[in-house]
Design a binder for this molecule. Structure first.
Ligand SMILES: [Zn+2]
Length: 340
């Protein structure tokens, strides 16, 4: 019996030392001290023994039990703290680690310029409007008083999708859409993409942006046109900016003009940007041709209006000193990030 007890003790010691988890230690406990455990069986069987023998063996068995219980308690404590440490290691957060940097993008110079222009026109009471980039030939040419033989209609100048549909060559068809759907007083501006069959070079791109403007009301004159566009120039390029209107020709306006602004680089003395002239051409404009108003069903006896179109890339290139329009479409972050 004594030998059996000693064997149980030695086995339990070895098994507990080898136990790698709380569960394994618990298995040892059940095997030895559980209801049908090895030591429990011995204690149960002691009733059959003679009193002296029982006393001696009982003491030995209780001592073994106490030793095993102590070992169990130690092993449980050790394994539990090891398990907790492992959990802590797994969940460890390095509070000294720097946070993830979020790389901020930058607005494209075309977007920045359109937003600046929009702010100016909105401040003057203009409403933002838009039209489709795929337009009808009617809206892009016929309704805008371009004759059937107008050179811009040529397929070498214009991207045709079919005989009647094209990629708009200007934002002016938005004028037609507005005139057909709104009653005067009209005061709208329309930024957007336009397309022409140009080979890309430093100053040309087959896709570029314009901001169109249209005002129709009673008693609108060339003086209103000049007042609005002069104010626009001063807000865009600085309060010292002077403007000059040169006669020009567009099918959809009569009279037509191009507006120059005094060079904002040299103040008009002459430099590389203005090619020494002191002036920079910025937009085309004019009084809306009665034929265009008539397409929209506007009473030309009662109403007059003016319209203008600004080239966005041109303004952006002048403002930011960009000397090649192609840089705008190469998606080179080193270029775009300069306009943050
Ligand atoms: Zn200049």
């Amino acid at each position: 019996m004594q030998a059996k007890l000693q064997q149980i003790l030695e086995e339990s010691k070895a098994q507990l030392q080898a136990a790698a988890s709380v569960q394994e230690a618990e298995d040892v406990r059940v095997k030895v001290l559980g209801k049908k455990g090895a030591l429990t069986e011995i204690l149960k069987s002691m009733g059959k023994l003679a009193p002296e023998e029982r006393k001696e063996l009982g003491q030995a068995a209780n001592q073994v039990r106490a030793e095993i219980e102590e070992l169990l308690a130690e092993t449980f404590a050790k394994l539990k703290s090891a398990a907790q440490e492992a959990k802590f290691r797994e969940e460890k957060i390095d509070v000294t680690e720097p946070g993830k940097t979020v790389k901020l993008g930058a607005k494209h110079p075309v977007t920045v310029t359109i937003e600046e222009m929009s702010k100016v026109f909105k401040s003057m009471g203009f409403t933002l409007t838009e039209g489709p980039e795929v337009e009808t030939v009617f809206n892009n040419f016929d309704a805008l008083n371009a004759g059937p033989n107008h050179p811009a209609r040529d397929w070498t100048d214009t991207f045709y999708i079919s005989d009647d549909v094209l990629l708009r060559t200007q934002t002016s068809p938005v004028q037609v859409r507005v005139l057909q759907s709104q009653e005067p007083p009209i005061r709208v501006f329309a930024p957007g993409r336009t397309f022409r069959c140009d080979t890309a070079d430093a100053t040309h791109s087959p896709m570029f942006h314009q901001v169109e403007g249209l005002v129709v009301d009673e008693g609108i004159t060339m003086a209103d046109l000049k007042g609005v566009l002069d104010s626009f120039a001063k807000q865009m390029f600085g309060s010292e900016t002077k403007t000059k209107f040169r006669p020009h020709h567009f099918p959809f306006t009569e009279p037509s003009a191009e507006m120059d602004v005094s060079c904002f680089k040299c103040g008009g003395r002459g430099c590389r940007v203005c090619k020494g002239s002191g002036w920079i051409e910025i937009l085309g404009c004019g009084m809306v041709h009665p034929n265009v108003l008539k397409v929209g069903g506007i009473d030309t006896e009662k109403y007059t209006g003016f319209a203008f179109g600004v080239g966005v890339e041109r303004v952006a290139m002048l403002k930011y000193g960009i000397d090649d329009i192609r840089l705008m479409y190469e998606n080179d972050m080193r270029f775009i990030e300069q306009f943050k």
